[in-house]
Design a protein around this ligand. Sequence first.
Ligand code: GAL
Length: 662
Amino acid sequence: MRWPNGPAGLCFGGDWNPEQWPEPVWHEDVALMRQAGVNLVSVGVFAWSWLEPEPGRYTFDWLDRALDLLHRAGIGANLATPTAAPPPWFALAHPDALPVTAEGVRLSHGSRDTYCAAAPAYRAAARRIAAALAGRYAGHPALAMWHVHNEYGSWCHCDHVAGAFRAWLRRRYPDLAGLNAAWGTAFWSQRYSAWEQVLPPRATQYLPNPHQALDFRRFWSDELLAAFREQRDLLRAAAPEVPVTTNFAFGDWVPVDHRQWAGEVDLVAVDGYPAGSGIEAEQQTAFLADLARHWAGGAPWLLMEQSPGTLGDRGAQVAKPPGRMARLAVSSLARGSRGAMFFQWRASAAGAEQFHSGLVPHAGPASRIFAEVRELGGLLPRLAEVDAGAVSAEVAIGWDAPSWWALRQPQLPADRLDYLGALARAHRTLWLAQVTADFADLSGDLSGYRLVLVPSHYLAGDRVAGAVERYVAGGGQLVVWYFSGVADRTGRVRLGGYPGAFREVLGVWAEEFHPLPPDVTVPLSDGSRGTRWSEHLHLAGAEPVSRYAGGELAGRPAVTRHRYQAGLAWYVSTELDQTAYPGLVGAALAAAGVRPGGLPPGVEVVRRRAAGRGWTFLLNHTAEPVRVPGAGYELVSGARVDRELALPPGGFAVLRTGREPE
Ligand code: GAL
C-alpha cells in the first residue's frame, strides 16, 4: 500500500476523542502523545452530533483546531466518519431508519449503532456527513488515513431490508424456481410464488429455513459493504492519495465476510479483544492476528484497537500485569501488524464505556500504565524494520466464514458443533507446538503448505473439493475433521455419504452420524476417548489409525489415513481428547516434515523473512526465565547474541539474522 502521509515507522496510538474533553486537556494530551512517541490517532469515530448538531449545520471549528494541534505535533490523524453513531435528531426525523429486531421490535436511539444500514435516509445522511468531512479535510496536512464508520456489524430486519434482500436474491438466482430449489422450500410448504413473499429471517414459530438464514448473512455482509463503499468512494475521490480503512470486529454478531471485505480496503484493520485473562489471551491474540493476515492476503495489516490495561474475563475487567500490554502488542507485530493501536487514548470520565481502560488512565499520566505506554512507544521504532518481512508458515488452517455462519443454525445434528472452537483448537495446538499457522481459503492454491488442517469446514462447493484434491494429489498433507464437506455452498447436503466433498481424497465414507451428548464419551483403540461426535465410517482406500473400542460403533474406524497419489489425507471422525488431539497433529506435522519449535513450553516463536534477512520473535509467556538458542542482532535490547538468548519472565526478544537494514 502506498501511504505518502503515513507514519514513518510502525503505527502507535489509539482513539482520541477530544469532543469528550475541554480544550486545555487536548493540549496536555498532545504533549503526552509526543512524550510517548504516538504517531497516529483515530479521531471523530463517534462525533456525529458534535459535527452536525442539526441537520445540515456543521460545526467543524473544534475539529479544525484538534487536527491543527495534531499536525503541529507531527501526529497523523486517522480521521473517522462518524456514521456508527447517528445523533438523536436523526432518529427522530427518520423513525423508519431505526433498526428492527428479528422479533419486530424497533429500537430507539440511546446507544450507538442504532440505525438500519439499508434505510435510504440513513445511507443519504451517512454520505452527506462523509462528503462534508471529505470536503473540509481532504487537504489537511494531518490527514494520514480515513477510518470509515466503526466495526460494521449492526443488524436490521425491517421492510427496507426486506426490499434490499429481495433485490440481492434476484441477482443471485435466475428466477424464483432457482431460489425455491436452493432454499429447499418443498419442505414445510415454503414454496414462494412471488418475490414479494420473500422476507428476511424474522422470528417465526419453529425452526427457520437454514438456507434463507445463510443467504441473509451473505446479503447483509454485501449490504454493509455497499454502505462502506459509498463512503470510501467519496473519500477517495476527494483525497486519492489517502488510504481508506474500516476497523473489523470479530465475533458471532458480526455478519461481515472479512476476507471478501479485505479486498475493498486499503489497509486491513482489526480490533482485538480476547476473552479471558489467562494464557488464552495470548492464544486468541495470535489466532486473530493470523486471521487478519489471511484476510489481508499476507500483506501487512493493522491492529487498530486493543485494550491498554485490562482483559475481559467472565464479567470482570482484569488488569494486565506489568509488561503484558507490550508483549501482547508485540505478538501481533510478529504476525504482521503494522503497529499497535489502542482503544482509547484517554479513559472517558463519563458515558457508556467510562470504565474502559485508556492509555492515559483515570489516574492520569503519573501511572504505571502510562509509564508502560511510554516504554512501548520507545520500543516500536527499534522494531520498525520487521515490517519488511513476510511471516513464514508451513501449515495452514482452512477458513470459511459461511461455514461458521451455517454452524450457528439450530437444525444441525448436534448443537455442540462449534466452528470457531474447532479452529481455535487446531490453532492452539500448533501454537503450543511453536508452529506458526496461516489461515487459508481452501478454494485457492494450497501448494505452498506442507500441511493443511480442515476443522468443521461444513460447506464445500466443487471448487473447494477440486482444490483440496489437487493439493493432496500433488503431495500435500491434509487433516480433515468431522462435519466438513457435508453440504454445498447453499447448505444442501451432498448425497452418497459424508463427508461428501472430501470422500474420495480421504478414502472413507460415513453412513451415519452418531453425535454424543455432553456427558457421553467413546473409547478408542489407542486408549484415548472421543467426545461430542462419532460416525459410522467405512474405509474406501484409507487405513485405520484408531478404531472405536466400545458402544455401537465398536470395531469401526475412528481416525483414518489415506495415501492419495503423492499426498496423505487423514480423517478424524470424533473429538479427540487432550492427549490424542495433539498426538494426531504431531503425527501429521512429522509426516509433513514440519518440525515443532522445540523451545521451552510457554514460549511463542514467529519468524518473518525478507530477501537476505530474517527476524525471529521470541516471547516468554511464563513466569520463569528461559534460555533459547539463537544468534544475531537483538532489536529490543540492541545487543548482539552469539549462541543463546536469556528471556526474563514475560520478556520478549526479536532476533535479526542476515544483513543490516539499508
Ligand atoms: C470496540 C469498539 C470501540 C470500543 C471498544 C471497547 O469494539 O470499536 O469503540 O467500544 O470496543 O472495548
